[in-house]
Design a protein around this ligand. Structure first.
Ligand SMILES: CC(C)(COP(=O)(O)OP(=O)(O)OC[C@H]1O[C@@H](n2cnc3c(N)ncnc32)[C@H](O)[C@@H]1OP(=O)(O)O)[C@@H](O)C(=O)NCCC(=O)NCCS
Length: 323
């Protein structure tokens, strides 16, 4: 017997405003064609001026709770992955806790940029298997539109806003790779790569700042590190790429997604792709893709899924789970 963290609900929320690539042609020296061919992105959603990360997160959480058939007070903990919280403090997670009407348990944010959801899932799993929580709401939510430099065509066309959420529940498994739930995780970071992807501001430097990226350098690290972390996580439970039904990758760039799948020896038929519709929503991209993948009828109970992500830090990792 082994304690497992099993997904019992999933949901997402995207802000109403959809921005096609052609919008950027009006203000920047760019084209729809360049953005599509270099990144795979066709459109993205941007939050309204009065809409914050905790607003998006609350709606995604409500959808996941409804999918699970649970109430807020059935949840013991909320972990919210974000780099774009509403306020310096309190955490966006505690704001969501209050908005859901949850009066017990605890809530906190996790900040690992685009790898945030993988870090949050791994932390939630640790709480569940150690018996500290029975049900954990794990959310990824971002408003990256708030940290874009709208004059920098090499970054501002790539990102979007959104939120996704999962409900994880403690269940008994046989202790084999056939169990439902989270089977393995692999987390990494290397702070020496700070300058490749960062925001040039923050509380202690007294500004909000804008996202800065050496895109081609990040690209180079991404494919290699993502394939390796996915394979490492799979190997922890004696599995390999050949066992995988779905790669649900961080949705940053279609060429990174294709390169990683190829390195893992899997065809694109085994990859959930949403980057064309969402852009890069950082920590929200994996739960969004899980929710959309389920809605599309791609992800089914019993499927073996590997999620993988890399972002600022650099920080990267993977989670293997059976749906
Ligand atoms: C950003 C990215 C799409 C750029 O594609 P690329 O093929 O690497 O292109 P480069 O950065 O080498 O730039 C090539 C040229 O395109 C130009 N360019 C950049 N953005 C452009 C845009 N929106 N429209 C038109 N031209 C653009 C550059 O200025 C450069 O021009 P130059 O050769 O005259 O200097 C790509 O590097 C990438 O996706 N990297 C990973 C980024 C990422 O996903 N990060 C998030 C990880 S969480």
């Amino acid at each position: 017997m082994a304690g497992r963290s099993v997904v019992v609900g999933v949901g997402h929320y995207l802000p109403e405003r959809v921005v096609p690539n052609s919008e950027f042609e009006k203000t920047l020296d760019t084209t729809d064609e360049w953005i599509r061919t270099r990144s795979g992105i066709e459109r993205r959603h941007f939050a309204a001026d009065d809409e914050t990360t905790s607003d998006l997160a609350t709606k995604a959480a409500e959808a996941a709770l409804a999918d699970a058939g649970l109430e807020a007070d059935d949840i013991d903990a909320i972990i919210l992955a974000t780099s774009t919280a509403d306020l310096t403090f309190p955490s966006a997670a505690t704001m969501v806790q209050a908005r859901l009407g949850m009066t017990k348990g605890f809530a906190f944010d996790v900040q690992a940029v685009c790898a945030g959801f993988v870090f949050a899932l791994s932390n939630a799993n640790a709480l569940i298997v150690s018996g500290q929580a029975k049900r954990v709401l794990v959310i990824g939510a971002e408003t990256f539109s708030r940290i874009m430099d709208w004059t920098d065509r090499s970054t501002c066309v790539l990102f979007g806003d959104g939120a996704g959420a999962l409900v994880l529940e403690a269940q008994d498994g046989a202790g084999t790779a056939q169990d439902r739930g989270i089977l393995a995780t692999d987390l990494n970071s290397d702070g020496r790569y700070r300058d490749l992807l960062y925001v040039d501001g923050g509380v202690s430097t007294q500004s909000t700042g804008h996202l800065r990226m050496q895109g081609n350098q990040v690209f180079r690290h991404a494919v290699e590190k993502l394939a390796k972390t996915a394979e490492t996580a799979l190997s922890h439970v004696g599995l390999s790429s050949a066992d995988v039904d779905w790669i649900v990758p961080h949705q940053a760039n279609i060429r990174i997604i294709q390169g990683t799948a190829k390195k893992m020896g899997l065809p694109m038929e085994n990859v959930v792709v949403t980057v064309q519709d969402h852009g890069n929503t950082s920590a929200a991209s994996i739960p969004l893709a899980l929710s959309v993948g389920k809605e599309r009828g791609q992800i089914k109970p019993g499927d073996l899924i590997v999620t993988e992500a890399i972002g600022g830090g650099l920080a990267w990792g993977a989670v293997v789970l059976r749906w």
